[in-house]
Design a protein around this ligand. Structure first.
Ligand SMILES: Cc1ncc(C[n+]2csc(CCOP(=O)(O)OP(=O)(O)O)c2C)c(N)n1
Ligand SMILES: [Mg+2]
Length: 356
């Protein structure tokens, strides 16, 4: 027999869990000011996350999907993207949105069930949150196809989870992206769980990154708790995409430290020991340890940042709570330029009811 093809999947990490540098740093990471800026965003994400859960627990927003543990991935994706790139997101990418200019108040509005939260002040061509698992992977291919047709130097970024890689839409999307050599990056967060389904039951594949091989696209794994690794991989993939080099699938390994959503109780299907082990890989602690060891961060800066983030989040939550509720008609107002007749009748009926 002859070997007709051979493949390898590479893994990259620059900071180990103790914050120690284990590989030569990419240029941006050798300036601690750049890393401190990413750190600030990651701490803001965590403060936002805690506030959102508190708002849900007190009945002031609806179900919320926490991004606890995903901060390095969120920050890495956002920092590598240009404003002109287009982001197609899931419900667990609020940190990317924040860094792209969506406001904290808009995020709270979204989770409060207010359509105006999706009409955000971030890049207007970014897509709204896609709850339907993997459906937006095909949309990302459409967006990237348009960019290629128009010969624009831009790329689409599709964020998705480990569970999403089991969906037909995902395979169709990476296949088309490869066949048409499109400027798209699939940023896959492998957080080990799809609600209560563990990674081991999700796929028999050794890595999820290797799914790229069948599509004929670049595929790699990175430590998703190492913001430098995520940022570097995203940066290279986006540069390749924008310059006509085709798509990439990046599998970032992390752990969903929270319940799936506030409607879930993960203690029913996973052990406290597993979660405790995962906390040892906390991306925020890792980056802080690294910054402190190099003298770029200290306790005074940390205390000031925590206060600043909490104040910012409190003010945004208050602004959300002070926003007059939407009228019943507004739920019809954001999907169609021209409302189909059946929905127009429903809109009129809703208005009539609220006027009574
Ligand atoms: C098409 C579709 N099927 C089922 C669901 C219900 N559902 C919501 S989240 C989820 C798990 C997704 O897991 P993963 O892709 O790993 O993302 P994570 O929640 O871990 O970020 C499922 C099955 C859905 N939203 N859409
Ligand atoms: Mg998952």
């Amino acid at each position: 027999m002859t070997v007709v093809a051979k493949f390898e999947i590479h893994y990259s990490q620059f900071l180990d869990p103790q914050g120690k540098v284990v590989a030569p740093l990419p240029e941006f990471a050798s300036d601690p000011r750049n890393l401190a800026a990413l750190y600030r965003w990651m701490v803001l994400m965590r403060a936002y996350d805690a506030k959102a859960i508190a708002l849900q627990r007190t009945g002031q927003i609806g179900t919320f999907a926490s991004l606890l543990g995903h901060e390095a991935i969120n920050a890495g994706i956002a920092s590598a993207m240009e404003r002109d790139d287009v982001f197609l997101m899931t419900y667990r990418d609020n940190g990317v949105e924040l860094m792209r200019g969506v406001t904290l108040k808009e995020l709270f509005l979204y989770w409060g069930g207010d359509e105006r939260g999706s009409n955000f002040s971030g890049p207007r061509r970014d897509f709204p949150i896609c709850i339907t698992i993997a459906a937006h992977a095909t949309h990302a291919v459409g967006v990237a196809y348009a960019m290629k047709l128009r010969r624009e130097r831009r790329a689409a970024v599709c964020a998705l989870g480990d569970g999403a890689t089991s969906k037909g839409d995902f395979y169709e999307a990476i296949n088309a992206a490869g066949a048409w050599k499109l400027p798209v990056v699939f940023a896959l967060t492998n957080n080990q769980w799809a609600i209560s389904v563990p990674r081991a039951k999700q796929s028999a594949a050794q890595t999820l990154a290797q799914k790229a091989i069948a599509a004929g696209i670049e595929g790699l794994q990175v430590d998703g708790n190492d913001v430098i690794a995520v940022c570097h991989a995203m940066d290279e993939a986006l540069n390749r995409a924008r310059s006509g080099g085709g798509p990439t699938l990046i599998e970032a390994l992390t752990y969903r430290l929270s319940d799936h959503t506030t409607a879930d109780d993960a203690t029913r299907y996973r052990s406290p020991d597993e979660v405790a082990e995962a906390w040892k890989l906390d991306p925020i602690v890792r980056l802080r340890t690294h910054l402190m060891a190099g003298g770029a961060w200290d306790k005074a800066k940390e205390d000031a940042l925590l206060k600043e983030c909490n104040d910012q989040v409190q003010a945004a939550a208050q602004a959300y709570l002070d926003t007059p509720p939407p009228t019943a008609a507004q739920m019809f107002d954001h999907l169609y330029a021209q409302l189909p007749a059946a929905l127009a009748r429903q809109r009129a009926a809703a208005l009539g009811e609220t006027q009574e």
